[in-house]
Design a protein around this ligand. Structure first.
Ligand SMILES: [Zn+2]
Length: 162
């Protein structure tokens, strides 16, 4: 599988260039206990040349195996940042290698604090120690984020307001 995405600039087609394909997962160089690259970098891009500026737009994604920060369970996660837009000054160049930029876009889009919920699974920490999700459904009957039934914010009610 390809490990570089190099865009040829000689005789660049006026209507633009469609770039669809994948790059080997080894380009990430990520293989740790907490974060492992498990799939290729898939790309669907459209390149347009405006005089000497190359504009690239489209979508990229890649599969990773993350470890939940709370319960340490591993789960699969497909990282797909919002639509990509890159631009390059390419005056005098005959080709452009955008591999490193695609790689960086994906790595920056990885969650800083991976949690089971990202994979659609319930974190088992929630079952054992109460529900710590900040985005939990207010209609679920759970009024408090603490197992005792008291809200951690109750103490603020005692706080003098004047
Ligand atoms: Zn978890």
């Amino acid at each position: 599988m390809d490990t570089r995405l190099i865009i040829p600039l000689d005789e660049f087609p006026e209507e633009g260039l469609r770039l669809n394909g994948s790059l080997d997962a080894s380009i990430f160089g990520i293989d740790s206990e907490a974060l492992q690259s498990t799939g290729p970098l898939e790309y669907e891009l459209e390149a347009q040349l405006f005089e000497t500026e190359l504009v690239i737009q489209g979508n990229i994604s890649a599969a990773f195996r993350l470890r939940c920060d709370r319960c340490l369970t591993h789960f699969d996660y497909t990282c797909a940042p919002d639509s990509l837009a890159l631009s390059y000054e390419v005056k005098g160049k005959s080709a452009l290698d955008i591999t490193d930029d695609l790689r960086e876009e994906l790595i920056l889009a990885l969650p800083c604090y991976p949690k089971c919920e990202l994979s659609g699974e319930e974190c088992e920490i929630n079952n054992d120690f109460g529900d710590f999700r900040l985005d939990k459904d207010p209609l679920s009957g759970v009024d408090s984020s603490t197992p005792s039934g008291k809200s951690v914010w109750d103490a603020l009610d005692q706080f003098p307001t004047e």
